[in-house]
Design a protein around this ligand. Structure first.
Ligand code: IMP
Ligand code: MG
Length: 172
């Protein structure tokens, strides 16, 4: 049976999301903010984050699949869902659950750049720096983590555990 070791509680996540939302609201006031969630992992985080903002934003989603074995991505990425609103000359904030090697988000940033937004930044709930292979402009990071595998609050392991209200370290 896999063990779930608590990393961030529901209360800690609420505080963390409120802090991020305050900073984003201050930085993007009077700009044209479009937040783009990376499916599927970011859906819970993005839903909570936008409800703590006090500025308007538009929302879109992208989904990419990374062909990897096990728990590490390979950088061979294909786009499953592209954007459906116009981001030309808009300030884009990509909202991601976890940035690990950075290869997925780097690829998504390059895809979004082709639509000529005014700016692109990244807001990551979890920043896992140990295995970083690509440079990623993470403007907002909720929590820095080591190399373990995390689940809950949208994050999955083989599509399981996304519904958990907290974040846990999965030890198999
Ligand atoms: P990267 O391309 O290595 O940065 O991989 C990023 C993607 O892998 C994230 O969007 C997550 O969906 C997934 N991922 C990486 N680490 C974890 C983890 O600890 N738990 C759940 N998903 C993860
Ligand atoms: Mg993801």
């Amino acid at each position: 049976m896999p063990d779930l070791i608590p990393v961030l509680s529901k209360t800690e996540l609420r505080r963390l999301v409120q802090d991020l939302a305050q900073r984003i609201s201050a930085d993007y006031r009077n700009r044209d903010l479009v937040m783009i969630g990376v499916l599927k992992g970011s859906f819970v985080f993005l839903a909570d984050l936008i409800r703590e903002l006090d500025i308007p934003t538009r929302i879109d989603f992208v989904q990419a699949s990374s062909y990897g074995t096990g728990t590490q991505s390979t950088g061979r990425i294909s786009l499953l869902k592209g954007i459906s609103i116009d981001i030309c000359r808009q300030d884009v904030l990509v909202v991601e659950d976890i940035v690990d090697t950075g290869l997925t988000i780097r690829w998504i940033i390059d895809y979004l750049k082709s639509f000529q937004p005014r700016s692109i930044g990244v807001c990551a709930l979890i920043d896992k720096r140990e295995r970083r292979q690509a440079e990623v402009p993470i403007l907002y990071a909720g929590h820095e983590a080591g190399s373990g595998f995390l689940v809950g609050y949208g994050l999955d392991y083989a599509e399981q555990y996304r519904h958990l209200p907290g974040i846990f370290h999965l030890s198999i």
